[in-house]
Design a protein around this ligand. Structure first.
Ligand SMILES: *Cc1c(COP(=O)(O)O)cnc(C)c1O
Length: 384
């Protein structure tokens, strides 16, 4: 059985990205590989063993189901951190298996104590601080109670981490807001320290913050998008590249998405192509039908807009993106045959379709487009 499109993941590209990130944050800073959203579309079961084989020993996920998947495919002794959702009823297995988790409310903190009492193992908690994003985290007002629970339950709670998350570090427009978040973070950290509470590790940086706010790297950085070879925003890329002598993009995309030409045909001038009257052939044309559509994650907003690569040439999608197919203008490209490779995301000869060019056209961020790649397309390791 073969899916009409194929996704490959490159170990070589990942190796390069990890080297770059390690150099960026320096020795002694743990790199937590963020693999939420099905490893940003790369698939947890494919990506985690690959990252492990390249030395990663810490993974961050959003929820307990993802933690379970990471645990199930891990081959080595690794740490898993849940940054978001879990059910209190799951705390016992999480604590028993040493899975770490963010704690941002007193209900979860107290439930962690109870689970640890029951299981007989310390719960490894990361206290998340609300510093201004207004999503999750303890407020300054709640901090004395948090401190008291931590101090009176040292045999049940391991104060593994102290953390926060910045609200949009990828845009300089948020600079003032983030400077304020930094201040609040340091203030709250001092309040805890005054009570004798110091975490094993402090961590605040996502990809964008790791580039822009190096003073906040601390003991660990939580890196998602950059390890997959994408910049968090065009702005961060430009800022980074401007400060570099060689002007080379140090990141390499790990993912390639390809399909094949299903059939080719000639269309006479004056005929419509596809559903309705959306595209009129202005000349005699040649088109290729490619078996990828919106049901495979190729957005309908790429109708008459998207680009793909065939025989190394950048070619336009014409007409409406169908559920399972698109038409591509191959007029003037010699000798396109059924079975020829169609690159939807990736490099062919000298041209590249990046997710960002793709997503700018379809008004989706890299993050969204990657995570929307269907889970049922098999991910394969690239031969590299
Ligand atoms: C998603 C996420 C990250 C990683 O963000 P990237 O921009 O992909 O590096 C880090 N921390 C938290 C809390 C997150 O939710």
């Amino acid at each position: 059985m073969q899916h009409p499109t194929e996704i490959t993941i490159s170990r070589k590209a990942l190796e390069k990205n990890l080297q770059f990130i390690k150099k960026l944050v320096g020795e002694g800073v743990t790199l937590s590989s963020v693999v939420k959203g099905n490893a940003y579309g790369h698939e947890i079961e494919t990506f985690v063993p690959l990252a492990e084989s390249l030395g990663i020993r810490h993974f961050s996920v959003f929820s307990s189901d993802e933690a379970f998947r990471v645990q199930s495919c891990a081959r080595r002794d690794i740490k898993i951190l849940i940054m978001g959702f879990l059910r209190l009823s799951e705390l016992e297995w999480l604590v028993r298996d040493g899975i770490e988790f963010f704690v941002f409310d007193l209900v979860r903190l107290k439930a962690a104590v109870m689970a640890a009492q029951k299981v007989g193992t310390k719960a490894r908690v990361h206290i998340e601080l609300e510093t201004g994003m207004n999503r999750t985290g303890f407020s300054v007002e709640e901090l004395p109670t948090v401190a008291e629970v931590l101090l009176t339950n040292t045999e049940f709670l391991d104060f593994t981490g102290l953390c926060t998350h910045f609200a949009g570090a990828e845009s300089i427009a948020n600079f003032v807001r983030i400077e304020k978040q930094k201040e609040v973070y340091f203030y709250m950290e001092r309040l805890l320290a005054q009570k004798g509470l110091t975490p094993r590790m402090r961590h605040t940086c996502c990809s964008a913050a790791a580039v822009r706010y190096p003073e906040m790297h601390f003991d660990m950085v939580r890196i998602g998008i950059m390890q997959y070879g994408f910049w968090p925003s065009r702005e961060i890329f430009i800022e980074f590249i401007n400060n570099r002598r060689d002007k080379q993009d140090p990141l390499k995309r790990c993912i390639e998405w390809r399909s094949t030409v299903m059939t080719v045909k000639d269309v006479k001038m004056g005929e419509f192509i596809g559903y309705g009257t959306n595209y009129l052939a202005n000349n005699d044309m040649k088109i290729a039908i490619v078996p990828v559509g919106y049901s495979h994650g190729f957005s309908r907003s790429l109708s008459n807009q998207g680009r793909v690569l065939i025989k190394g040439r950048r070619l336009g999608v014409i007409g409406i993106v169908n559920m399972n197919s698109i038409a591509v203008d191959i007029t003037g490209v010699p000798d396109v045959q059924p079975g020829d490779e169609v690159m939807l995301i990736g490099i062919q000869q000298d041209n590249e379709i990046s997710v960002s060019s793709f997503s700018e056209l379809s008004v989706q961020l890299n993050y969204e487009l990657l995570t929307r790649l269907p889970h049922d397309i098999p991910r394969q390791l690239a031969v590299d």
